[in-house]
Design a protein around this ligand. Structure first.
Ligand SMILES: Nc1nc2c(ncn2[C@@H]2O[C@H](COP(=O)(O)OP(=O)(O)OP(=O)(O)O)[C@@H](O)[C@H]2O)c(=O)[nH]1
Ligand SMILES: [Mg+2]
Length: 289
């Protein structure tokens, strides 16, 4: 029975190849959306209504480390699947993916690239949820919006990433001070908001230190800097061959140091061997390499 069905399918397919159906013309309605050559392609995802999602799932305030690590794991899944994503940067409920400017993935079709990234990321977020939120049930499916932006110069790309990291700093300093006043000092949300209204960074640092005894510089780097994911080759003590890994770093990406140390990214060179790699550091082995 199974064999007959199989033959039928074959016949149907070959006749389809020979004669185009009268419906074929609808393909011409598809829009050309090829990303301009020689530009960095950046896809940014952002959690949809995560204010609601995070409160429904009782995320810790102002930062829930489990949530950030789940975002990182989902972003690594994107890098495992799509080799031309050379760097990713994430904070809060957002992640940016940078594709090599010479990528030919999906013939550079914007909608294919963006939808593949969003789908791998969103599915992974659900898939890995229980590994990070062990006893917390996922109450409803989280979702993400996505946009694609092209950057024609290396400086534009660096400025884009600097913008996202500056945003991390601004938001995190505010949120740390706000929740410090509310959760540690017992102020109401309105009172905390009034105290912080119109303050500059140094004043927020001072309020945090004086009122809550918190030195902002001692907050975890993952909160203050976000996470940048880079590809490296490392030698793992238990294995003789070099392994392709993705390393999560919580470092400054605004200054030159990061770009000098990881110059293979902008120079479009091969993944570098990291001889200084500390086995104590976190890394994810890339499955599809
Ligand atoms: N408690 C907690 N909330 C978080 C954390 N990370 C993100 N959020 C929440 O997620 C929101 C993300 O901000 P937005 O993306 O501007 O807001 P949104 O509700 O997702 O709305 P849209 O993106 O416009 O759909 C923050 O305002 C927080 O409410 C976290 O670690 N802990
Ligand atoms: Mg959001």
């Amino acid at each position: 029975m199974g064999k007959i069905l199989c033959n039928n399918i074959k016949e149907f397919n070959s006749s389809k190849v020979m004669a185009k159906s009268k419906y074929e013309y609808v393909r011409t309605f598809e829009m050309e959306d090829k990303c301009l050559q020689n530009c960095w392609i950046v896809v940014r995802l952002d959690g949809r209504s995560f204010h609601r999602f995070t409160s429904s799932h009782k995320f810790e305030k102002p930062n829930d480390k489990r949530a950030l690590e789940l975002m990182n794991r989902s972003a690594v899944a994107v890098m495992e699947e799509l080799q031309d994503v050379s760097l990713a940067y994430g904070q809060s409920d957002e992640y940016s993916f940078v594709l090599r400017k010479d990528t030919n993935m999906y013939n550079r079709r914007q909608s294919k690239i963006m939808s593949a990234i969003n789908s791998i990321f969103s599915a992974s977020y659900v898939h890995y949820w229980s590994s990070y939120f062990k006893n917390i049930k996922l109450l409803y499916p989280p979702s993400f919006d996505a946009r694609t932006v092209l950057y024609p110069s290396d400086q534009n790309l660096r400025d884009y990433l600097s913008w996202r990291q500056a945003d991390t700093h601004i938001n995190n300093l505010y949120n740390t001070a706000f929740w410090g006043l509310v959760l540690m000092k017992g102020l109401s949300n309105n009172e905390a908001e009034k105290i912080l209204c119109g303050t500059v960074s140094s004043e927020k640092n001072e309020i945090l230190f004086k009122e809550c005894g918190t030195n902002y510089n001692n907050e975890l780097p993952i909160y203050r800097k976000g996470t940048v994911l880079v590809r490296k080759l490392i030698r793992i003590p238990s294995s003789k061959s070099k392994k392709h890994v993705v390393c999560p770093l919580h470092v400054d990406i605004i200054g030159d140091d990061f770009w000098k140390e990881h110059d293979e990214i902008l120079n479009l060179e091969k993944i570098k061997f990291n001889k200084d790699f500390n086995p104590e550091d976190n890394f994810y082995i890339v499955r599809n390499s």
